[in-house]
Design a protein around this ligand. Structure first.
Ligand SMILES: [Zn+2]
Ligand SMILES: [Zn+2]
Length: 316
């Protein structure tokens, strides 16, 4: 029988009853259908005579889930007028995690994003290794990159033993290697016997304007009686700078040390290595570099994390 004209609106507000563990939950069918392709599929199936989900006597039983997680999800799906007015939910961290767990399983993309946005927003609310574990568990790429970035740049980093026991040997090694290869930690070294010189890897020197790598090929020392052939891209400490020439270089995005190209000395003769250093990315034609930079920017770290953890990130 066709429903009478005008009842379409009322038909949408069809009550559905779920049972999770020993608790009953009343909601509306369309809320679950709109939020989740899994429920949309479930409700498309013919109900037969059982009337499953229509009353508390015949609820839809959701096996294998926790009632408190479902209660949290329902809180997000049924905001109170106070929540709507303020645009904020008053869920605890555990409640957001419960809602995230179920919204991930039931493919509720928008709800999942909302949970992710509301979790771990405060600095220090979770340690970086734990954030990485949560990123793996809940498949959140942004948490994964944030956790590794924090581990790379943090002044107080987690002890290696903790990294290994929590994240596994392979991940711990990758993080430690990246810290050496991307941050200031592995950029500067002490000259064995000359206090006024600091050892630097030529392969990590960049233009301080556009951050392009400057020494990507082998180079020869400019001094005629030296002409040392230096493997610049090899990335070990193959040159020196005069310590007094270096200054801290800090912007919102970058942290490192900068100096004039003339301050770069050959590792063999300890005199100025090259007459000029040019950058081919700053303008259409190569331009002479005024300041050389060694250190990192957030963008650089992000790119290198994606490269180093490509396989794992693809699975997330
Ligand atoms: Zn030389
Ligand atoms: Zn440049």
């Amino acid at each position: 029988m066709q429903p009478p004209e005008g009842s379409k609106e009322e038909e949408i507000w069809e009550v559905v009853v779920f049972k999770v563990e020993n608790r009953l939950f009343h909601s509306f069918r369309h809320i679950f259908v709109e939020a989740s392709s899994v429920f949309e599929g479930m409700f498309l199936l013919p109900q037969g005579e059982s009337g499953e989900g229509c009353s508390k006597e015949t609820p839809i039983v959701l096996h294998g889930y926790k009632a408190n997680h479902f209660a949290s999800l329902r809180k997000v799906l049924h905001p109170t007028s106070k929540h709507v007015a303020s645009g904020e939910f008053d869920l605890s961290e555990q409640e957001w995690l419960g809602a995230l767990r179920l919204s991930t399983m039931w493919e509720m993309e928008e709800i999942r994003e909302l949970c992710i946005e509301n979790l771990y927003t405060e600095l220090g609310s979770i340690t970086s290794p734990d954030l990485l574990l949560a990123a793996r568990e809940f498949r959140v790429q942004s948490w994964f990159i944030k956790a590794i970035t924090t581990m790379l740049v943090a002044f107080n980093h987690a002890p290696t033993e903790i990294l290994i026991s929590k994240l596994g040997l392979s991940t711990a090694c990758k993080i430690i290697d990246m810290k050496q290869n991307t941050t200031l930690m592995g950029a500067l070294a002490i000259h064995p016997d000359e206090q006024s010189l600091v050892a630097i890897p030529l392969g990590r020197l960049r233009c301080s304007v556009c951050y392009t790598l400057l020494f990507t090929k082998r180079i020869k020392c400019a001094n005629r009686d030296c002409r040392a052939d230096i493997d610049a891209p090899a990335n070990f400490h193959c040159a020196f700078i005069k310590a007094e020439a270096a200054t801290v270089f800090r912007t919102m995005e970058a942290l490192g040390v900068s100096f004039a190209p003339e301050a770069i000395c050959c590792a063999y003769c300890e005199r100025q290595l090259c007459l000029r250093v040019t950058c081919s990315s700053c303008a259409n034609a190569p331009v002479e570099v005024e300041k050389v930079f060694v250190g990192y920017t957030r963008l650089m770290l992000g790119t290198q994390i994606v490269e180093a953890f490509r396989e794992e990130l693809e699975e997330i």
